[in-house]
Ligand binder design. Structure first.
Ligand code: MBD
Ligand code: FE
Length: 273
């Protein structure tokens, strides 16, 4: 027997969503009507017990208290779904091509130091493989864009991000670089390691129940923006990472795995002076 389909429960849903008044926000009301009805349906179809229900409410409370909503969202593929929808909307609008977008994730911090054309992202206090990256910001016709801002952020060699990892200096591995007259930028940093969800955190607790890991492949985030252009949110992955195609956040995409060239450093005695 379905309680959901009774007039009584349908009327309850209408009242819950404020559909019996003419105040408030019509769109939020419609969405609320759907979301609550869908939760009712899940409870009915899966015969969810009160204990199970309250356990789920306790979980959501804990996610909020742990500030992990932004981590759970990519873990559930929701952020990737938003990207796929934006891709589709742009395609419908005739906007195709260029570097693919991928998710922002929860670890961006605004206001990183801004420099022209080049930057060093690490302060020399951490040991690791030195990374050089350079590129050119171009429009869809291939024309370079001068004075674009490349906002880059990534993890350290332990997979931790400054601000979220209190052991790192402020804005460590976070910079904004303004492209030069040819649209070019370059930076020096340290090769990051992959991020992993906090093992005792709420996101990992859920992933455990799903039999999933909470690892991301090593990656570098970018916002690329310039006046008069859409803002690009993307990442590159470091080729060869064990999790390259097994990202808990589902952010790896074709076109975002550039070749990594390892360059031997000649011993000091053979170095040109
Ligand atoms: C990250 O570093 C990240 O980029 C995402 C999407 C989720 C968690 C950690
Ligand atoms: Fe990240």
């Amino acid at each position: 027997m379905s309680l959901l389909n009774t007039d009584f429960v349908q009327d309850l849903l209408n009242k819950v969503a404020g559909l019996d008044n003419d105040q408030g926000d019509a769109r939020i009301k419609q969405i609320t009507r759907r979301v609550v009805a869908d939760i009712f349906r899940v409870i009915e179809d899966f015969d969810v017990s009160p204990d199970e229900f309250w356990s789920a409410m306790g979980y959501l409370t804990a996610v909020g208290q742990a500030n992990e909503a932004g981590l759970l969202v990519p873990g559930l593929g929701l952020e990737t779904f938003l990207d796929l929808r934006t891709d589709e909307a742009e395609k419908q609008a005739g906007l195709e091509g260029g570097t693919p977008r991928t998710i922002e994730g929860p670890l961006y911090v605004a206001g990183a130091p801004l420099t022209k054309a080049e930057a060093r992202l690490d302060d020399g206090s951490e040991q690791g493989e030195v990374l050089f990256m350079e590129g050119q910001v171009r429009d869809l016709n291939g024309a370079p864009i001068a004075h674009a801002v490349v906002d880059v952020w990534h993890a350290n060699t332990l997979g931790g991000y400054s601000f979220f990892d209190p052991s790192q200096p402020k804005f460590n591995l976070r910079r904004r670089i303004e492209t030069d007259a040819d649209g070019r930028y370059r930076f020096r940093s340290l090769l990051p390691n992959g991020y992993a969800c906090p093992p005792d955190g709420q996101t990992q607790r859920y992933l455990d129940v799903l039999g999933r890991h909470g690892h991301r492949p090593a990656h570098i985030h970018f916002f690329v923006s310039a006046p008069g252009f859409r803002k690009l949110t993307t990442q590159i992955n470091i080729d060869g990472d064990d999790y390259l195609h097994d990202d808990f956040a589902f952010a790896t995409r074709d076109g975002l795995i550039p070749p990594v060239m390892r360059v031997p450093i000649p011993p000091p005695s053979t170095r040109a002076v």
